[in-house]
Design a protein around this ligand. Structure first.
Ligand code: AMP
Ligand code: ZN
Length: 136
């Protein structure tokens, strides 16, 4: 099977600006950054998204994302960072190799977060129950 774009980046077949690498995890600059320094933290092994990544590896990805967040804050002087992961086409995932975005943020940079909506009557409790029942 043909390698996906991020698998090709991991093995050096496609160039990238690497900022971190260890045995399991790789991090490099996004080519279309929200702000300069926007980094993608990925498992070296191909997993499609959060639903496929093994628990232990996901924990390690989280630790590396935190390391990168500190490095972004100190390295490019960000006021804060957003850490986000798009999982599934309808959640905005475009590259189907799991990745965590770590995005530098600045006062007044204009980047828009999602807009919330209010729960209908009883909805919050019902939805909470549906999710509680599925926690494994
Ligand atoms: P997502 O919408 O979460 O799947 O995000 C995919 C991200 O990958 C986007 O922010 C793209 O800008 C980024 N991207 C796609 N191709 C490359 C590449 N060759 N090098 C670095 N980043 C890339
Ligand atoms: Zn891949």
């Amino acid at each position: 099977m043909e390698k996906c774009i991020f698998c090709q980046i991991v093995v050096g077949e496609i160039p990238c600006e690497k900022v971190y690498e260890d045995a399991e995890v790789f991090a490099f600059l996004d080519i279309v950054p929200v702000n300069a320094g926007h980094t993608l933290v990925i498992p070296k092994k191909h997993y499609e998204n959060i639903f496929e990544v093994p628990d232990e590896l996901f924990g390690h990805l989280g630790v590396v994302a935190k390391k990168v967040a500190h490095a972004i804050k100190d390295g490019v002087g960000a006021d804060g960072v957003n850490v986000a992961m798009n999982n599934g086409k309808h959640a905005g995932q475009v590259v189907f190799h799991a990745h965590i975005h770590v995005m530098p943020r600045y006062e007044g940079d204009g980047y828009q977060l999602w807009k919330g909506r209010e729960y209908k009557e009883h909805e919050r409790g019902e939805v909470g129950e549906k999710i509680r029942k599925q926690i494994r």
